[in-house]
Design a protein around this ligand. Structure first.
Ligand code: DAH
Length: 364
């Protein structure tokens, strides 16, 4: 800032050309080393600005006929300085040691989260079979989550789904009380109330349970529900559909078997097991040496569910449409986390929610 004022011995054209070339060079150098504000003060400061000091010194010692060309040149220089400032990126970026001619920071494009990827895969398998998709609310009423699915109030089957309830619901009738849905099955009920058969629907979504988190449990997780209702739907249809879906998800070599089970809303009910994909059914640590992995629940829709649906349809002014003598159906529900963990050999469910890029980048 305090450079000496350059001396001008002569004011002829060549001398001026020379003197201003030196000043212009100085301006360029300053622009590469100073930030914008320092640069502005250095050159344009009202009292101590270099432009002002130099022009005063030179104008004072100039013969009268040199004043005009000097003035013109100072104005040009001033314009140059102002233009440099108007492109502050030039001054500042260069002053920070950034070469603005280099390519910028590349941001990697985002990819779907592994859980969403698996959820979409499951849904796509059923889309190819002609199913459509439905969604429902995560905050649900007791009626849709339990009662209509044949879990009566105080029935012990409710204990299998430890429920997170919404506060301050005591003044409401039991069936209207709000809770976080514990499964995607209530959307079966919502769909059937809105729609007469035939129905072929899959329902992906988030569910909540009051479970402690450990390697295989999380209080928030994801399910895909399925529902097929029509005339002449049999358990064979259920078996064929799910056997196809498991082969589509885990490879055509995978075998399925159906074990008797219990769910209040299906009768009969079954658990579906697939042959262990880690040991090809020979027995290993992953399948607890049984050769089989339990994967999902399913069954034939219980007539009590159809009855609850028709009661509600009537109450809402729709025609009843689910006479169990004419209409049958099957339903199934699977955990997305569990399927993704088996697909990728992941042993801790917590990885899905940790946001750890070292985990997530493996699915990019
Ligand atoms: N909703 C059950 C659960 O969360 C899973 C399930 C089982 C869904 C059987 C179904 C079914 O639709 O038929 O444990």
């Amino acid at each position: 800032m305090n450079e000496a004022i350059p001396q001008l011995d002569s004011f002829d054209e060549a001398a001026l050309e020379d003197a201003f070339a030196t000043l212009t060079k100085e301006v360029h150098e300053a622009a590469t080393t100073e930030d914008a504000e320092t640069f502005r003060l250095h050159w344009l400061g009202r009292k101590q600005g270099r432009l002002k000091l130099v022009s005063e010194a030179w104008l004072k010692s100039a013969p009268p006929e040199a004043r005009k060309p000097l003035g013109i040149r100072f104005n040009q220089l001033k314009q140059q300085i102002e233009q440099t400032l108007e492109a502050p990126a030039t001054v500042k970026a260069v002053s920070q040691g950034i070469d603005i001619t280099l390519p910028g920071t590349l941001r990697a494009p985002g990819v779907p989260h592994p859980l969403l990827k698996t959820m979409h895969e499951i849904v796509a398998v059923f889309h190819h079979l002609g199913y459509s998709t439905n969604l429902g609310p995560q905050v649900e009423t007791d009626f849709y989550n339990f009662e209509a699915l044949n879990f009566p109030p105080n029935h012990p089957a409710r204990d299998t789904q430890d429920t997170l309830v919404i506060a301050k619901q005591q003044s409401r009738p039991a069936r209207d009380r709000l809770l976080m849905r514990t499964h995607t099955s209530p959307v079966q009920i919502r769909t059937m109330i809105d729609q007469a058969p035939p129905i072929r629907i899959v329902i992906p979504g988030k569910v909540h349970r009051n479970d402690a988190a450990d390697a295989t449990h999380s209080p928030i997780f994801h399910q895909v529900e399925g529902l097929c209702v029509d005339t002449n739907i049999t358990f064979s249809d259920l078996k064929g559909t799910l056997d196809h879906a498991m082969k589509a998800l885990f490879g055509s070599g995978v075998k399925t078997r159906f074990f008797p089970s219990f769910f209040p809303f299906t009768e009969p009910s079954a658990d579906v097991q697939i042959s262990c994909i880690f040991c090809n059914g020979k027995g290993c640590r992953k399948c607890k040496h049984s050769g089989w992995i339990e994967l999902l629940g399913c069954g034939m829709v219980d007539p009590a569910v159809f009855a609850a649906v028709d009661e509600q349809r009537t109450a809402q002014g729709h025609q009843p449409a689910y006479d169990p003598k004419k209409i049958t159906g099957f339903a199934f529900g699977m955990g997305v986390e569990r399927i993704a963990m088996i697909q990728h050999g992941i042993s801790d469910i917590g990885h899905f929610y940790s946001g750890d890029m070292r985990f997530l980048e493996q699915f990019a």
